[in-house]
Write a protein that binds this ligand. Structure first.
Ligand SMILES: *Cc1c(COP(=O)(O)O)cnc(C)c1O
Length: 360
């Protein structure tokens, strides 16, 4: 059986043998009683590494963002968020459904930034007509784009000046950290610098870090105490969950710096696609390569690739994500298959339905 080159997402990785061994060896306790030493150690470790007082282990990034928004905002408050941000678009509207927190979505540019003037204009005055604007929510990376430090600085300064808290959906914070680090800086030091602009940060272990499950919300002691109540309410109180925290801890110790390999593979794919007639590489700054396919041939290309053991997602714009379980040979196989496809004459195809492809 040939190996599948699964480029749908960095969530598809299998835990390595060393990660499984770390999971099996972890001391465990009932985390709802606060008794799991592996969870407690991981929470303390990541909070310290990113410069926060406290942290809370979460089953998913969705629950982590939800707990953050509900810990920052009360009923009838609002949060400002990009209209293509994961928190707004891909989390089932949880903050509105479960917290009666109104989103104020704003247009983002091609790299995911909301204009500072739009943010300023969206902050409501203190007046009984309006919801109270409480929180600005950013995302880094957004669609594989690392946010420039100057933007993070200016957006968070603007929010603070207006009395808003600032939350980062940093599902791929460490990819952003690796892509935007200064010369000689470690991935962790760079991540801490990014986190320093925020009152709370949510990170995923289940994406590029290669753990099977898990996210972490970091913030002040007070915020994390509120988030703990909300996590319990949301059904996220887990018991001997040190099994999963051990995987996350292993990922932190062993899979951070190697994110640079994923970024290099994304570059290898993007560069290999240069000059292929019929597609355009839109962006490839971290581990995600977006490709626009001409003439509505996206779905056909996906089917062609799938028949050859290469998986990706999308419709018009296709998405290829590199991760721990892909290597250069896999990327070269994907490239060869894409090239073969475009050597073929186009068959007549209907334009794909105009609906947004999901981005996980
Ligand atoms: C994956 C992801 C999340 C959280 O997703 P879960 O599947 O709930 O862990 C949040 N934000 C972004 C940007 C993501 O990519």
């Amino acid at each position: 059986m040939t190996k599948i080159v699964d480029l749908r997402s960095d969530t598809v990785t299998q835990p390595t043998a060393a990660m499984r061994a770390a999971m099996m060896a972890a001391p465990l306790g009932d985390d709802v009683f606060g008794d799991d030493p592996t969870v407690n150690a991981l929470q303390e470790k990541l909070a310290a590494l990113l410069g926060f007082e406290a942290a809370l282990f979460m089953p998913t990034g969705t629950q982590s963002n939800l707990c953050a928004i509900l810990a920052h905002c009360g009923r009838g408050d609002e949060y400002i968020v990009g209209q293509l941000a994961h928190t707004y678009r891909y989390e089932g509207g949880g903050a509105a459904v479960l917290g009666s927190v109104q989103p104020q979505p704003l247009v983002q540019d091609a790299s995911g930034q909301m204009a500072l003037a739009d943010i300023a204009a969206a902050i409501k005055p203190d007046d009984c007509h309006f919801a109270r604007t409480r929180l600005l929510c950013l995302e880094n990376t957004w669609n594989g784009h690392p946010m420039p430090a100057s933007y993070l600085q200016q957006a968070s300064a603007l929010a603070r000046e207006k009395g808003l808290a600032v939350h980062l959906d940093g599902a791929r914070l460490f990819n952003a950290a690796v892509a935007s680090r200064q010369d000689g800086e470690s991935a962790l030091a760079s991540a801490k610098r990014i986190a320093g602009h925020f009152d709370s940060v949510s990170v995923c272990f289940s994406k590029g870090l290669g753990a099977p499950v898990g996210s972490m919300l970091c913030g002040s002691k007070e915020l994390i105490a509120r988030a703990l109540r909300i996590r319990k309410m949301a059904g996220g109180g887990m018991r001997q969950v040190g099994l999963l925290a051990a995987a996350a801890n292993h990922a932190l110790d062993h899979h951070l710096e190697r994110l640079a390999d994923d970024h290099a593979l994304a570059q290898r794919l993007a560069q290999g696609l240069q000059g292929v007639n019929g597609l355009t590489v839109r962006s490839a700054q971290t581990n995600i390569v977006f490709v626009d396919v001409a003439d509505g041939r996206g779905p056909d290309l996906l089917a062609h690739l799938k028949a050859r053991g290469v998986l990706a997602t999308g419709l018009i714009g296709l998405r290829f994500v590199t991760h721990l379980d892909v290597d250069a040979a896999g990327i070269d196989h994907a490239l060869a298959c894409i090239r073969t496809f475009f050597d073929q004459p186009a068959t007549a195809v209907a334009a794909p339905a105009a609906r947004g492809a999901a981005v996980y």
